[in-house]
Design a protein around this ligand. Structure first.
Ligand code: FBP
Length: 704
């Protein structure tokens, strides 16, 4: 562009309001979102709240938690209640000027900004002189005292918006004495009354330890359950639900579901691809389950379901042989690939050599042999790191170096005849898997010692096996595309051939709606042999072109498109449910602070019910802790909630699997959840997983 023209356009941009509006980053959606005030629970309407402790909920207390968290282990569940109009000392205490720090920890989850907005609004309403600090880039911001003081403009700019952009996030862990001391110093410097940690299981674990550590300093620590993975759900030991889901889950699930539903539409239009959709969820398969309900994709794998699998044939054989077969419990990768192939082959048989498959990111954790590798390698890496100056990954940067180290471990175990964590068998099995997967399994763990599933091409591992087995089935003539009988007749009749003469020779199910070419006919050569054998043609005749056309139409090629749904849904602007939920979590967190709690997690009970039934509560974090292996060592952490395969919701999904697979002639049962829109009633109001569990519970309650 010439200089003059450039100036002309710059002037236009500067002066033309229409062009400015069109090119501005402030659009109608943004303005509407920022302006919207989420509904608030009744208890927050009057202005003051109090806490009512209850013994209605019981927890199995871990003995280690009792020792390490003595000051907060006795905390009880607290209901946030209306305190009416507080007067005198109580009012002064509630409304005292406070300094409150807030930090995001871990991966972003839609709704986070509303938690901050809720805390900010409640704190400023109680005392406009209170200061709210946002620690930058996650827990590291506390350790380094990197913060900003939040004001109305900053908070207003992010209301009802996705991401954690206001103060950013990070995955650092405050896990050493030095970091604890630095965090305490930061709290002292800012004269903090309270610190709110908005994070997942590991971050809430951190919150409990900080609450204990700063108990005598009088700094209150409050956790807020965040993660799109949906694995922070709290029930007491009798199964009473205290927190049905973390914020962010609903939005992420809907966002994934909308994209996956679009693939269902495309796939059933273009009829040539299987879309393989890996969806986030580091361990638990809650997101995949919700996506299944939202979209009715043809195949959805649920990790917890695979772990629950028992191979009855192996068990029978083991009983006969009189020796136990431990591999009969849980599913192997090979077996899983067979199950997937079965679905693919059955759909192809009714002419549907396409479809949509949902694979949870963390599925490998539930596959026996892989889980063993993950645990062994976690331990090896952790042991190495604790005995060397440099860590494992710095000393062995290349895959070959890492493999060599493992080889040496196996050799030592062989030569010394000792029982070690890595033996020759492990080494042989490990060497059998593809290099990219070896690399994935050996990859650096995150700061909490978690295996980073999002970095591993889970789908590639699984689909590699699926493709290999489909090739075998194709060679055996068992993977064929069913040809519609109408098409077959039309094709043959066009050339004056008698379909009823050729049909029984070509097909194994002649007379059905979709005709499947016989297993023995796998090539043009075997087709000719069959036609000659049944006297349709002579040895020297050529195959009728129509018969060859039909045969070729029945030969499948398995074409896939691979997609990863994770970061996109995680960055989505929150659904109406998450906007309201997260804002009320913020208000709850402030109520806990104003009423003197520490070591509690803000939560909303009855989330699965209509909004009017929502009850803000504080859940004690310490009693939720249990021992888990982390970085090769037993650690006290908050327990993750996995998909309950006995839940009504999962049982219903299981019962509908066959329908959703769609291995029958006719249209698939795809459901269209539609996009997340902020205005108007155009999305499901709450996760369908909840709705189903609640509906089944209500209908059982009615019966009994
Ligand atoms: P949180 O548990 O911190 O909420 O993060 C969950 C998650 O979104 C997982 O679903 C995913 O495996 C992981 O984060 C990805 O981590 P990263 O952002 O470090 O790539």
């Amino acid at each position: 562009m010439k200089g003059e023209e450039r100036v002309k356009f710059a002037n236009l941009l500067e002066k033309n309001p229409g062009i400015q509006k069109v090119t501005s980053n402030v659009n109608h959606e943004l303005v509407t979102r920022r302006r919207n005030m989420p509904s608030i629970c009744k208890v927050f309407l009057s202005g003051f709240t109090k806490l009512e402790g209850t013994d209605e909920f019981v927890f199995e207390i871990n003995s280690e938690a009792k020792i390490r968290l003595p000051d907060i282990i006795g905390n009880r569940v607290q209901f946030v209640e209306d305190a009416g109009s507080l007067e005198g000392f109580s009012r002064n205490l509630y409304c005292k000027k406070r300094n409150i720090g807030i930090v995001f920890s871990g991966g972003p989850a839609p709704g986070g900004h509303n938690v901050i907005a809720g805390i900010y609004d409640a704190a400023k309403k109680a005392n406009h002189e209170s200061a709210i600090y946002g620690f930058l880039l996650g827990p590291e911001g506390i350790v380094e005292n990197e913060h900003i003081e939040l004001n109305g403009d900053i908070v207003d700019a992010y209301r009802n918006l996705g991401g954690f952009g206001m103060i950013k996030t990070g995955r650092a862990k405050i896990d050493s004495k030095t970091k604890m001391n630095l965090s305490r110093e930061t709290c002292k410097k800012l004269n903090l009354d309270a610190l709110v940690i908005i994070g997942g299981d590991d971050s809430n674990t951190n919150a409990a330890f900080l609450a204990q550590d700063m108990y005598n300093d009088g700094v209150q620590i409050i956790g807020v359950p965040k993660t799109i993975d949906g694995d922070i759900q709290v029930r007491d030991s009798k199964g009473k639900v205290l927190c049905a889901i973390s914020f962010g889950f609903h939005t992420a699930a809907l966002a994934f579901a909308n994209s996956i539903s679009n693939l269902c539409t495309d796939s059933s239009s273009d009829v040539k691809y299987w879309h393989i959709c890996k969806v986030m969820g580091r361990v638990a398969s809650h997101l995949a389950l919700e996506v299944a309900l939202q979209t009715h994709a043809n195949i959805t794998l649920i990790g917890e379901d695979l772990a629950d699998y028992t191979d009855l044939r192996r068990i029978e054989k083991a009983i006969k042989d009189g020796s136990p077969d431990y591999t009969a419990y849980g599913m192997t990768l090979r077996h899983l690939s067979r199950v997937i192939c079965d679905g693919i082959v059955r759909r192809a048989a009714v002419g549907k050599n396409y479809g949509v498959m949902v694979i949870p990111e963390g599925i490998l954790e539930f596959i026996n042999e892989i889980q063993v590798f993950i645990i062994k390698l976690n331990t090896i890496i952790a042991q190495y790191n604790s005995t060397h100056d440099n860590d494992f990954h710095t000393n062995f940067p290349l895959l070959e170096d890492k493999l060599e180290y493992l080889r040496r471990l196996a050799k030592t175990s062989r030569e010394e005849g000792t029982f070690t964590i890595w033996n020759t068998r492990d080494d042989d099995l490990f060497n059998d898997i593809p290099a990219f997967f070896q690399e994935g399994l050996l990859m650096e763990r995150d700061s909490h010692g978690n295996f980073q599933f999002s970095q591993v091409e889970t789908d590639k591992v699984l689909m590699g096996l699926v493709k290999n087995y489909l090739d075998i089935l194709k060679e055996k003539g068992q993977y064929k595309i069913g040809v519609s009988e109408t098409f077959y007749r039309k094709t043959l009749e066009k050339s004056n051939l008698n379909p009823d003469l050729l049909g029984p020779v070509l097909f194994r199910n002649y007379g059905s709606e979709f005709l499947i070419v016989k297993e023995t006919i796998t090539s043009v050569k075997t087709l000719k042999q069959a036609l000659v054998k049944d006297g349709i043609i002579q040895e020297n005749d050529s195959i009728p072109a129509e018969a060859e056309k039909i045969f070729k139409k029945s030969i499948p090629s398995f074409k896939t498109q691979v997609h990863f749904y994770g970061y996109d849904g995680r960055g989505n602007d929150p659904s109406g449910f998450d906007c309201v939920y997260a804002y009320n979590l913020g208000l709850t967190a402030f109520s806990l602070i104003a009423n003197g709690s520490t070591g509690q997690m803000a939560a909303i009970k009855n989330l699965e019910k209509e909004f009017d039934f929502w009850e803000p509560i504080g859940i004690p974090i310490a009693p939720l802790m249990h021992i888990e292996e982390r970085k090769g060592k037993p650690e006290l952490v908050l327990e993750k909630t996995l998909v309950d395969v006995n839940s009504p919701c999962f049982q219903i999904v299981k019962a509908l699997r066959e329908k959703w697979l769609g291995a029958f002639p006719g249209e698939d049962d795809y459901r269209r959840p539609g996009p997340i829109r902020f205005v108007g009633k155009c999305e499901d109001e709450r996760p369908l997983t909840f709705v189903l569990n609640e509906l089944v519970k209500n209908s059982w309650d009615l019966k009994h």
